[in-house]
Design a protein around this ligand. Structure first.
Ligand SMILES: [Zn+2]
Length: 123
């Protein structure tokens, strides 16, 4: 009798995050987003986080995407997490910052992605 296939989840490394960012930037964002910094964090509470600073003219600098390696993810989950952060990045990068962390524009984009690209971003 064959052993059941034990499929392990993905524990992301910085290279994994970079490769996926690169792919999604091309697929979903017309390669508009400059490559940010990627940091693997080890927190249970924060799974993903986008942060950046701003120049005097409102342009962003030092964009960072952080993803936790505390969990094993499926391919689909990891995609949702990275795209979630990329939506934050996109809005900040295009000067559409919102007062709330998940404001109206962010929610609209997430909805659009879920409908058009089959992601399952929690809104
Ligand atoms: Zn968020």
């Amino acid at each position: 009798m064959k052993e059941p296939v034990h499929k392990k989840g993905i524990i992301p490394t910085e290279i994994d995050i970079f490769n996926r960012f690169y792919e999604y930037n091309s697929l979903f964002f017309q390669n508009k987003l400059p490559i940010p910094f990627f940091i693997v964090i080890h927190t249970r509470k924060t799974i993903g986080r986008f942060s950046c600073e701003y120049n005097e003219n409102g342009d962003i600098k030092n964009p960072i995407i952080e993803i936790s390696d505390r969990y094993e993810y499926t391919e689909a989950q990891l995609k949702d997490i990275i795209v979630h952060e990329m939506l934050h990045y996109y809005l900040d990068y295009t000067h559409q910052n919102e007062p709330q962390e998940h404001g109206k524009r962010w929610k609209q984009m997430a909805l659009f992605f879920n409908e058009k690209f089959g992601t399952n971003i929690q809104i």
